[in-house]
Design a protein around this ligand. Sequence first.
Ligand code: FAD
Length: 360
Amino acid sequence: MKVCIIGDGLTSLALAKALINKDIIVDVIRSKKLKKINKTSTLGISKSNFQFFNKNIININKITWNIKKIKIYTENLKGKEVIQFSESNDQLFSILKNKNLLEQLDYELKRNKYFNYKKKNSYNGIIKLKYDLIINCDFNHEITKKFFSKKIVKNYKSIAFTTVIKHKKLSPNNTAIQIFTRKGPLAFLPISEVKTSIVYSIKNAEHLKELDILNLINKFNSKYEIEKIDKISKFNLNSISLRKYYENNILAFGDLLHKIHPLAGQGFNMSIRDIKDLLKIIQEKIELGLPLDSNVCDEFQDKTKSKNYFFSNGIDLVYEFFNLESRVQNRYLSSMLKFIGKNKTIKKYFKKFADVGLQV
Ligand SMILES: Cc1cc2nc3c(=O)[nH]c(=O)nc-3n(C[C@H](O)[C@H](O)[C@H](O)COP(=O)(O)OP(=O)(O)OC[C@H]3O[C@@H](n4cnc5c(N)ncnc54)[C@H](O)[C@@H]3O)c2cc1C
């Protein structure tokens, strides 16, 4: 069995390794992501996805930092904590640097006999190679324009600014902080005792200079004694839901399939859940002696499309709720937040939603 994956981003390489672990031959068509990777971007991976990754893809224990508490604040409630999630004995989620994950995946793939990197190839060139399945994660490949251009897009008119701060040692530094400021959500995500990554998504931020962002970070930082700040990177924010997941035996995957606002750190987590679902379908075909073909894509779409759509909308709803809360001084909204913060059942549901996604 031979699978082609187009694109060499995180999803592509994670999926490639998962397939290779099942003795499937995988060709990955380069899109030069490895060379362009941002050095300061970080990812939060939920506990169940972390366990799945370790068991079915690669062991990421050495490159992750465990988070045991999340504290949520809003600027409107004058810095008072509104919700806290915690896990005393175990991690709630784990943080890693995108660069470290990509490099480790690349290192392990290159040593595997079932794996090959291929140079950029056209649609016709790929079809001629008669792969059982073609999985497209590349926004810029001609296959995307040909088959996967119909989508639901929402432009958040926001930019996510990301950086890593080096600060005085904090032991333990295992509490993530999210502040819903009037300009947008600001997250402090610890990655070691002396380093914490920052993601600040700001509305209508085109005019803001690096110094403005630094001043804003300082305004809301009451915890870290900052010694150094890395270069700030920028990402325009939009959400995407593809209308059609596949064409024949070509399946769209990763952010190309569904892209969401980063406020809940769930984009890559959704793709890990997709990998889990796809692997299960493929395993069933292998066990039944059936070929890997368009039926795999059809079953994958059936299993994941509505689940992903509702999950993406759930994240958008959280964004819109806090967006509204930050714009209006409304005591009902604030009371609602306090109620959520005190209600154990709702908190348990949110925790599960963030860990395993929608269960259907
Ligand atoms: C600031 C920020 C913080 C995040 N934090 C988390 C987190 O904590 N946890 C988590 O699970 N996920 C998080 N994500 C999402 C995660 O980074 C992505 O889901 C993941 O990197 C996608 O990998 P990929 O291999 O599927 O996509 P890639 O192929 O690596 O593409 C990555 C991004 O490139 C962009 N892109 C490239 N070409 C085009 C094009 N032609 N048109 C439009 N867009 C294009 C898109 O924005 C796409 O999302 C975050 C995202 C951002 C922006």
